[in-house]
Design a binder for this molecule. Structure first.
Ligand code: OGA
Ligand code: MN
Length: 296
């Protein structure tokens, strides 16, 4: 899987970079005009590869937001204080504060998740742009939750298909407090706006029909019908399966890289960096979900 694959009738090329997912895409004019045909082709590459890397792009916030909007309405992040004052659709991640902007900095590590799973309708996809990138550390890891489902033991598949997990910002707040006692209580203020939601443990991608494991250990309070200890043990087993190195792509950032991932098909996590020595600043946009995962 590693020769260049030209796409017919377009200038897009997708070069696979991971074992089961991930491609580097060139030829998409992110800060210019993307024709509807090119966009369609790009979306089909996203569905096929799940994580797309567009190397070293010079993008300003308006470019990032305009491109992201082509995929659907954007979320405004629940941690409003970490959004960019000049463009609230951008969520800032890192250890930088300037011009009235304070990025969201989390010292906890290995928190596998899909973005905004605590919303009734979780995000479809996220785009992440490297503004200030430390020379080492702060890789973003992606795990192929789709391949993980496909390779799961049939008895385990039978056991978990149909289970419902409760995703809760309060659970995430407690996880954050355990890992970083200095982290502010701002998630608290969101609790009323984002009450716990029920999400299927195995989700079906609406475009591809592929199933994937929808597991966010720091966000899931429990699985319905199971106590907390049994829920945690099951989730731990599923995370261990999903995050085997054969399913993981590790992105080592260069300044300007834009990475887009399909939250409906992969999990991801940040990794540590030496925040006492280096600066990091990333801009994220979050494409809102189209439909709740469970019918009412
Ligand atoms: C995110 C996220 C990973 C990272 O912003 O959604 O999970 O490497 N970031 O910071
Ligand atoms: Mn995330």
């Amino acid at each position: 899987m590693n020769q260049m694959m030209p796409r017919p009738n377009t200038r897009l090329t997708a070069r696979p970079i991971g074992l089961t997912m991930g491609a580097e895409v060139t030829g998409i004019p992110v800060n210019g005009d993307v024709s509807p045909e090119l966009l369609t082709d790009f979306v089909s590459i996203l569905h096929r590869y799940r994580v797309l890397v567009m190397p070293e792009l010079d993008l300003d916030p308006a470019d990032l937001v305009a491109f992201s909007r082509r995929f659907g309405p954007l979320e405004i992040h629940s941690r409003f204080e970490n959004t960019l004052p000049s463009n609230r659709h951008i969520f800032c991640v890192g250890n930088v504060a300037r011009d009235g902007m304070k990025a969201s900095f989390n010292k906890g590590v290995e928190q596998w998740h899909a973005d905004s799973s605590y919303r009734e309708t979780p995000s479809d996809a996220s785009l992440f742009h490297g503004e200030i990138v430390p020379p080492e550390g702060a890789d973003t890891l992606f795990a192929d939750a789709t391949a993980a489902w496909r390779t799961l033991d049939p008895a385990m598949r039978d056991r978990i298909e149909g289970l419902i997990a409760v995703h809760s910002l309060e659970t995430l707040r407690r996880w954050g407090a355990r890992h970083d006692p200095n982290r502010g209580p701002n998630v608290d203020r969101q609790a009323a706006k984002f009450p716990p939601v029920r999400q299927p443990l195995v989700r079906v991608h609406p475009a591809t029909g592929s199933k994937s494991l929808n597991i966010c250990p720091a966000v899931i309070s429990h699985i319905e019908g199971m106590d907390e200890a049994d829920s945690a043990a099951l989730i731990e087993t599923l995370i261990a399966h999903t995050t085997q190195s054969r399913f993981v792509y590790c992105h080592r950032w260069r300044k300007g890289d834009l990475v887009m991932w399909d939250n409906r098909a992969v999990l991801h996590t940040a990794s540590l960096f030496d925040h006492t020595r280096y600066q990091r600043l990333m801009y994220r946009t979050t494409v809102a979900g189209n439909a709740p995962l469970l019918s009412a």
